[in-house]
Design a protein around this ligand. Sequence first.
Ligand SMILES: Cc1cc2nc3c(=O)[nH]c(=O)nc-3n(C[C@H](O)[C@H](O)[C@H](O)COP(=O)(O)OP(=O)(O)OC[C@H]3O[C@@H](n4cnc5c(N)ncnc54)[C@H](O)[C@@H]3O)c2cc1C
Length: 377
Amino acid sequence: MSETGACDAIVVGGGIVGTSAAFFLRRRGLAVTLLERRLCGQEASGVNFGNIRRQARPIEQLPLANRAYAIWERLPELVGEDCEFLPAGHLRIGYAEDREEVFRQYARDAEPFGLGLEISVGPEVRKRFPYLSPEVKAVCLAPRDGHANPRLAAPAFARAARAAGVTVNENTIVTGIGKSGEDFRVATAKGEWRAPLVLVATGAWAGPLCESLGEPVPLEVRSPQMGVTEPTNYRIRPTHDVSTTHKPEALYFRQVKRGNIVFGGCASGPADPVAGRSRVLPESTLLQLPQLRRLAPALGQLNVIRVWGGIEGYLPDSLPVVGPSEKWPGLYYAFGFCGHGFQTGPGVGDAMAELMATGTTATPLGAYSLARFRAAA
Ligand SMILES: Cc1cc2nc3c(=O)[nH]c(=O)nc-3n(C[C@H](O)[C@H](O)[C@H](O)COP(=O)(O)OP(=O)(O)OC[C@H]3O[C@@H](n4cnc5c(N)ncnc54)[C@H](O)[C@@H]3O)c2cc1C
């Protein structure tokens, strides 16, 4: 296979969004090339917390989250493995008195989307979840949400895409995108690829590419802060997420089948997309551990064995950019998932493939347009 060439669609970036978009574009019959600067799934998509959470997303995001959820459920059939997707529930936790009403309002608003939310309050909380602290006043369970293994998902999509006929080029950095005639010319150190359709799915690295295309975006880069404990008996199946307006208590955790407790939240750390480095600040871990003990006191006895971060892109309104370029017909963007793009990723890939192949998509994407930043400027 030559290192360069022409095809129907080029996907830049091999995270969960880019690999799934390439996979679904190929299933729609397009000749597709995927260009990834490192290895597929090595960045945010491969190091995240693994939350497959629909509840607590903005209501207008639920059609996209449900589209993604249907793909998570069908992974074995689509990509040949389940990526440890476990629909064991997602539990939203409330310490403050106002949380019960927040949960009830959300349950009313989300009712048409079939999340099946179950609210418990007072003594009922401890009857159902005896390991939770008496401080917890109310919880809301989304029984079919859950978690998956981030290390497995994007590489599985990349392998399935390759098996379906996508040309997957790893260790290939895109250095520029230009247009001549009908085709975009996508430049890399290894040569140039051409196609009439291009998707920029470069996560936290999207800023400079957008700028060079004359469509700047206010993308900030930060690192969520993660940690994992030694293993203990496997007892806790749902993911837990503290619902609060006070970020330093916003802890989340889940237990993997091997027994370790994976946790995150409460703070962000620095990340440098150019150097490809992110850091966990010691003070973040020191904030998280008392919150973990506060939420489930027995977990306070466990030793932490590792901490890590990742490089994630954030936009000022906490929503991603997903949709067509305002300036270049045939160019599309999907990036800036603000810490929440692992769950929606395969749905975004599928919706973008539909949009690029047919010119339209059944999933509303209007809230994610680039135009919202021009309107605010
Ligand atoms: C620590 C952490 C915890 C998180 N927890 C969760 C969670 O529990 N649930 C959830 O839903 N979301 C979570 N997220 C967010 C989620 O991981 C991301 O939103 C999602 O993975 C974004 O996918 P992506 O494909 O857009 O980006 P990435 O996975 O970052 O992929 C972008 C790819 O583009 C490549 N690239 C960049 N520039 C170029 C270039 N010029 N040429 C070629 N390739 C390029 C990069 O190498 C990278 O592989 C978390 C994120 C982090 C970092």
